[in-house]
Design a protein around this ligand. Structure first.
Ligand code: 3HC
Length: 698
């Protein structure tokens, strides 16, 4: 067994150092060792003060998330915190790095809290669908007041050490290492040269009950229509901290924590957290080093190209934009400039930094300007001929070893790579619009892509602050394939009797920020129309094809930009109104196909949407386009608005039950065999008593 705690005692000061890499999460072994160290220090008559510090990159960043959902192991974190609080000898904590969740709760139980200047302190439990369950909801409002505590706990956002000091959450921001400062303070206390703040001296915010209750009322009003169960329970606990005797308050928090931790929402949010970390684990990444990237070329200055250039510039790279002529280049550079001005307006970037940054941005109309680039990202028109011509030209220009990336959303990266003499250097980097904002980056690894090029793409994503997910080459990669299946399922429903408005309401009600037809209107109906037209010659005529979208495009209803799509838009409006003309187009299609409209419920819409997405996900896994189910979930969560608290289609399929969903697919397949036929993976998993989650293999 590895000891997760080290203790050394000098001149009456016992220094207890937590050492549980990578983030000192408070797992069962650490809790046990910590408890033993505390009890020993308490019993050791030579010890007068205990300093609690952590080794490595951080103070504990929380409870061990992997233990949630497992049988509990003693001692629980609340017991460890109570032991710290009840310790008859002063406990001084010395924090650095991220004092988060249970880590901050441990510190809250101590008598004195010090933090080094870079420390971030927070209670992010709400982002995992739970609440601080080791005394945080009781101790924090007492210490800093209900309003500030509710702000931290319902947002989950960390605060810097300086702000924590202003709030009274910590006693000092140390100069230099907090552990040394804590040891000096302990020694001074023993020598009678410094006094430690006693509990009686600290302000007790419970004295101002009316302000406390007002903060609780405001927080309840501020919740709006959130469907997550954790925020209201956090507020209940803070109210309980005022109204109940201390022990009952702690017990109230414990009950609320246990209720929340077993909800499907909490399971989904934990899954999303772990999926994000898992996505970067691939054998080729462990075995190779990324190439050095300092200078990036971006081909295309449209919405996508300028967004990519903005993201690269903001991450500190030198960027050269290429456009076909001066006018297009000026417009492209202006888009980047506007994006960065917005960052200044939002206070994310200082005016001075904005100016220095711009010295790294340049533009040209000739590819030869990319001769020194370490990476070129092509974001030109989505057409294979256009892209292969660009790659052939690039091949003659860029230096050996440069990475050549295409931002295609659907096209065959193998064929684009074949246009060069160096297919090993070619990769797909599928950004999502607006690229400077959206978190997702699909890294499309072609047949001949070198492992170090893939590693370079993942390193780039990390520096851009994006979540990279590895995908194989196919039409639409991971995300657009699942999206196409989702849209096909809702298009069938449109023909069968639902209206686009009913479908949008059902999916928004399910948790998507926008319904599928609202999204289509926003993106422009012509984009998917062009793709359908491209695929038309390969379409199997026996497959069901819904032509409603094509009909609308032919009527000039191209979406928001045209003032009408599935909805009608008043001049400049971004939300539309329902339009009877669209219903007429749909009705005409039904008549032409001899379809008698039937009544469709919201529950059926949601069920079919999930079944279609999860089934396409299963096919993607079978074809090894995605490495694991959680990568598919991550793509849908970070790029397509799938509600994070539902965890993604594969996680939801596990929650609904594989057998049940497979049977549902079989039922639907009686109507339309090709689209709804369950992928073979369903049977394989069911037969072996497994779930999609079992394929995630940590
Ligand atoms: N439990 C278990 N593992 C954790 C963890 C946690 N709380 N926090 C991070 N890890 C793991 C990650 O999974 C990752 O593992 P891997 O190397 O095997 O992929 C590794 O630690 C490093 O994490 P990151 O890649 O995220 O490292 P970063 O340096 O980018 O970020 C961090 C560090 C800011 C601490 C970030 O990991 C983080 O935000 N962690 C979660 C913090 C959190 O939510 N804490 C609250 C937990 S709930 C709780 O405490 C309940 C209590 O009230 C009872």
């Amino acid at each position: 067994m590895v000891d997760t705690v080290r203790v050394s005692t000098t001149d009456g000061v016992a220094t207890v150092v937590i050492d549980n890499p990578p983030v000192n999460a408070l797992g069962a072994d650490l809790r046990r060792d910590l408890m033993t160290a505390l009890r020993d220090a308490e019993a050791d008559a030579s010890v007068q003060v205990i300093v609690l510090a952590a080794a490595g990159r951080t103070w504990p960043a929380g409870a061990d998330i992997r233990e949630f959902g497992q049988p509990p192991r003693d001692p629980w974190l609340p017991e460890v915190c109570s032991a710290v609080a009840a310790c008859p000898k002063p406990v001084i904590v010395a924090m650095h790095g991220n004092a988060l969740g249970g880590g901050l709760e441990l510190a809250l139980a101590a008598h004195v809290r010090l933090a080094d200047p870079g420390t971030r302190l927070g209670l992010p439990e709400v982002t995992l669908g739970i609440l601080p369950g080791a005394g945080g909801t009781q101790r924090l409002p007492r210490l800093i007041g209900a309003r500030a505590a509710l702000g931290m706990m319902t947002s989950g956002l960390p605060i810097p050490a300086e702000r924590a000091l202003e709030l009274g959450l910590i006693d000092a921001v140390t100069e230099g290492e907090a552990r040394l400062a804590a040891q000096r303070l302990a020694a001074a206390h023993i020598a009678g040269e410094a006094s430690l703040p006693s509990a009686a001296e600290r302000p007790d915010h419970r004295m101002d009950a009316s302000d406390w209750l007002a903060a609780v009322t405001e927080a309840r009003k501020g919740l709006g229509v959130s469907r997550l169960p954790a925020p209201p329970r956090i507020i209940d606990c803070v109210e309980a901290a005022l109204l109940l005797p201390e022990e009952e308050g702690f017990a109230y928090e414990r009950t609320a924590f246990e209720e929340l931790v077993s909800t499907p929402e909490a399971a989904a949010l934990r899954h999303a957290f772990l999926a994000e970390r898992r996505a970067a684990r691939h054998p080729e990444l462990a075995a190779t080093k990324p190439r050095e990237i300092a200078e990036i070329g971006v081909i295309g200055g449209g919405l996508m190209g300028s967004g990519i250039a903005t993201a690269c510039l903001a991450a500190g790279y030198r960027v050269t934009m290429i456009e076909r002529d001066d006018q297009a280049l000026t417009a492209g550079l202006a888009r980047v400039a506007t994006n960065r001005d917005r960052a200044v307006a939002k206070g994310q970037l200082s005016v001075a930094d904005r100016e220095t940054e711009w010295s790294r941005m340049s533009g040209a109309t000739a590819m030869s300007a990319l001769a020194g680039a370490d990476l070129v990202i092509e974001a030109a028109f989505e057409d294979e001929g256009v892209k292969t011509a660009i790659f052939a030209e690039l091949d003659g220009v860029v230096k050996p070893g440069a990475v050549l990336a295409t931002n295609t959303s659907y096209l065959d990266v193998n064929r684009i790579a074949a246009a060069t003499s160096r297919p090993g250097d070619v990769i797909g980097l599928h950004f999502f619009s607006p690229a400077q904002v959206m978190k997702l980056l699909e890294v499309v690894v072609a047949e001949r892509t070198s492992p170090d090029v893939t590693a370079t793409a993942f390193a780039l994503a990390k520096r851009l602050g994006k979540v990279a997910v590895r995908a194989g080459v196919c039409d639409g990669f991971i995300g657009n394939r699942v999206l196409t299946a989702y849209r096909t399922a809702t298009d069938f429903l449109l023909e069968d009797g639902a209206s686009p408005y009913q479908i949008d309401r059902a999916m928004v009600g399910w948790g998507f920020p926008l319904g599928p037809y609202q999204v289509l209107d926003m993106a422009g109906l012509d984009i998917s129309w062009a793709r359908r037209t491209r695929l038309a010659e390969h379409r199997d005529p026996s497959e069901r094809y819904v032509a409603i979208g094509d009909r609308l495009c032919k009527l000039g209803r191209l979406g928001q930009k045209a003032g009408r799509g599935y909805y009608l838009y008043a001049e400049g409006a971004r939300t539309g109104t329902e339009d009877p003309e669209v219903l007429e187009v749909i009705a005409a299609e039904r008549t032409a196909k001899g379809i008698e409209p039937r009544r469709i419920t919201e529950a059926e819409i949601q069920r079919r949407a999930l079944a279609a997405m999860a089934n396409e996900g299963a096919r993607i896994l079978e074809e090894k386009i995605a490495a694991r189910p959680s990568d598919i979930d991550l793509v849908m969560l970070t790029g397509y608005g799938f509600p994070r608290w539902r965890g993604g289609p594969m996680q939801m399929a596990d929650q609904v039950g594989l057998l049940e969903l497979r049977d549902t697919l079989r039922d639907y397949a009686r109507e339309e065999e090709t689209f709804w036929r369950p992928a073979a993976l369903w049977d394989e998993l069911i037969k072996n008593g497994r779930k999609f989650a079992d394929l995630n293999a940590d």
